[in-house]
Design a protein around this ligand. Structure first.
Ligand SMILES: Cc1cc2nc3c(=O)[nH]c(=O)nc-3n(C[C@H](O)[C@H](O)[C@H](O)COP(=O)(O)OP(=O)(O)OC[C@H]3O[C@@H](n4cnc5c(N)ncnc54)[C@H](O)[C@@H]3O)c2cc1C
Length: 352
């Protein structure tokens, strides 16, 4: 019987477990994560200023081994419908996401039981939570007094315990190794013809990736069509991909999409809907909510009080993310986006 079972060891789950265990080593914590393919979570791997600020607050420095080449100072914003391009300064760190997650996980102290496996069922019985976990060597059952869902965009815990109507896009991404010199180091791509969201290109350690967020229905053909439209804009094909990946990405659209949980069942990171609707930046919110939930646990063991503390502590984060929703509507509106890009406000003029 564990005190806390955490499903998901991404930034949210890893930070929560590390912070709680460091402050209270006697607490019995179970941290479960689905066995990946070693390539890490599908991601752009850009560490935004907000995430850098959270790491600073945690007094953490980033090891060089988590960085990717090159570092980037601007985003090339491409609108494929009126074929308009603008550049804007950005202060992101270009990272190897798998190395970043492994580094966060390495901070989890040995007092935490880390299990490689996929939790496929959770039930609540007499105030306890029973988890069924599929591991390489079979199916196991564990019990815990409370549950933390840090299991990302398609959270099992969220779907199981809460009314969940949050919009999720399908994110598709391909990696290319051929002639990538003409692919922008970092581009944000809009194409109203194939998606009402955005796409991106990023160069990393000699490879280039192209990915985007699409409505579930017809996502593969929309990705293929957008890729070919971008290739014709760039004047060169991407070539054969060396890697293809896909996952869900959450897109909160209303206040109710942010769900911190309820007494006994807590959500953090993207499972709680804590991701920017306008940019899909979610690492900062995952780390911050993991830290705030650990702090809430340290204030006392009553589940109702833990929940009240967590809800109060995450209010500024939820308000900040809520303010990203109108920004997303502006950026994803072809007319408003066109006006902004035409005006050139805050853009950087490149020397020829
Ligand atoms: C394509 C794409 C690009 C992105 N690019 C960026 C970016 O450049 N910068 C940025 O800040 N954010 C980016 N994001 C968002 C960011 O990746 C997420 O918001 C962030 O990873 C959320 O962290 P998390 O810990 O909440 O969840 P995750 O990082 O998703 O971690 C959840 C973990 O839970 C595990 N898990 C899930 N279900 C189960 C289960 N049933 N049993 C066991 N384990 C389970 C998964 O294996 C995973 O390790 C991107 C997202 C996508 C999809």
């Amino acid at each position: 019987m564990y005190d806390v079972a955490v499903i998901g060891a991404g930034p949210a789950g890893a930070v929560f477990a590390a912070e709680l265990a460091a402050a209270d080593p006697a607490r019995k914590i179970l941290l479960i994560d689905g066995i990946g393919d070693g390539k890490g979570k599908m991601c752009g791997g850009l560490l935004a200023p907000d995430a850098q600020k959270v790491l600073a607050k945690l007094n953490l420095t980033l090891p060089n081994s988590t960085l990717a080449d090159p570092q980037i100072f601007a985003v090339e914003t491409v609108d494929l419908v009126p074929r308009r391009v603008r550049h804007y300064t950005r202060h992101y760190l270009n990272m190897d996401r798998a190395a970043f997650d492994a580094w966060l996980l390495s901070r989890v102290p040995p007092s935490v039981t880390v299990v490689a496996g996929r939790c496929f069922a959770v039930t609540e019985e007499g105030g306890e939570y029973r988890l069924r976990i599929r591991r390489k060597d079979g199916v196991f059952e564990e019990t815990a007094a409370c549950l933390v869902g840090a299991d990302g965009a398609n959270s099992l815990v969220r779907r199981r315990f809460f009314q969940d109507t949050m919009l999720r896009y399908v994110a598709l991404q391909e990696w290319y190794s051929g002639d990538v010199e003409n692919i922008p180091h970092y581009a944000c791509v809009f194409d109203a013809k194939t998606s009402d969201s955005c796409s991106w290109t990023i160069r990393k350690d000699g490879l280039a990736l192209f990915g985007g967020a699409f409505r579930r229905e017809g996502c593969r053909s929309a990705f293929a069509e957008q890729k070919s439209r971008l290739e014709s804009h760039l004047g060169q094909p991407f070539g054969d991909p060396v890697r293809r990946e896909g996952c869900f990405v959450a897109s909160p659209r209303k206040w109710r999409d942010f769900i911190p949980g309820r007494p006994g069942v807590y959500l953090c990171g993207e499972a709680a809907g804590f991701i920017s609707a306008s940019s899909f930046e979610g690492i900062s919110s995952a780390i911050l909510s993991g830290k705030l939930l650990a702090e809430s646990f340290l204030g006392g063991k009553n589940p109702r009080e833990i929940f009240q503390r967590y809800r109060r502590k995450t209010l500024p984060l939820r308000l900040k993310l809520w303010c990203k929703i109108p920004k997303m509507h502006i950026l994803c509106s072809p007319v408003l986006r066109s006006l902004i890009m035409r005006s050139g406000i805050q853009s950087v003029k490149r020397y020829r």
